[in-house]
Write a protein that binds this ligand. Structure first.
Ligand code: SF4
Length: 252
């Protein structure tokens, strides 16, 4: 499928999905594509999607990015989730020589020193492994929610991702945190114990802190940076807008 066809399909799916439950959005996704990947970072939303995929026996491969800087609690949750659902979660790690090149240039924790160094670290530890994970895949499913931050407030259900030339599906885009917790509790889904300690959004250990009252859910990520649009590059702020679907579909 060429780029323009992907843009049109994303627009069409986005419209259809606005009337569906998140589980039906997942079913609609697999009815349109041969191969689907769900990238889980083991967050609350991801655990709900893993539950829905497993419970409904949907043909969506679950993967995670093992950046090498995860919290011990997240690593344990990967093991617990595999065992709880009796599933495989494929782990994608950074390329060793590319990682060494990054460390030689910026130092292991050089990401605190500049946005350039931080983006270079996210590139080698997340983006490159993600590219590897989704190559030869037709569609990419994520656990993003619009409520997570101002950047994501207008998140579409389906969108064309320019960087990876792939259709991305966000089935939880309009789901509220309260509903996520309800599903987790009702179904006894394993979660990261850090959520109970003020960490609603959990990434790499050195780049995540607990949030304070009144802060948005992602305020604890790369907290030392001033840029309000900070993201790791997997999900760019500009694409997190439903209006962009229309805009992208007009680009020939
Ligand atoms: Fe590196 Fe931090 Fe990005 Fe993880 S979140 S890849 S440690 S800069």
């Amino acid at each position: 499928m060429n780029r323009q066809a992907k843009i049109s399909l994303a627009k069409n799916l986005n419209e259809k999905m606005s009337f569906l439950s998140f589980e039906k959005r997942l079913s609609l996704t697999i009815s349109h594509f041969k191969t689907a990947i769900f990238t889980s970072s083991l967050g609350l939303e991801d655990q709900v999607l893993t539950f829905a995929i497993t419970n409904n026996k949907l043909a969506i491969k679950i993967i995670t990015l093992e950046t090498g800087r995860l919290f011990p609690q997240t690593k344990q949750l990967i093991k617990d989730t595999k065992s709880h659902f009796q599933i495989q979660i494929e782990e994608f790690s950074p390329n060793k020589s590319e990682l060494q090149t990054y460390i030689d240039e910026y130092q292991l924790n050089g990401f605190y020193e500049s946005i350039e160094a931080r983006k270079a670290c996210c590139e080698v530890r997340k983006l490159v492994p993600l590219k590897q994970a989704i190559k030869n895949t037709d569609v990419w499913v994520t656990g993003l929610r619009g409520e997570q931050s101002n950047n994501r407030a207008d998140l579409p259900f389906a969108q064309y991702n320019e960087s990876f030339d792939i259709i991305k599906i966000n089935p939880l885009a309009d789901v509220k945190l309260e509903e996520i917790w309800q599903i987790i509790k009702q179904n006894n889904i394993p979660t990261n114990p850090l959520h109970q300690k003020g960490y609603p959004s959990i990434g790499c250990e050195p780049c995540t802190r607990a949030i304070k009252n009144g802060e948005d859910e992602r305020a604890g990520r790369w907290w030392w940076e001033q840029d309000q649009n900070r993201e790791c590059g997997l999900h760019l702020p500009a694409e997190n807008q439903r209006s962009n679907i229309q805009q992208n579909s007009e680009i020939s």
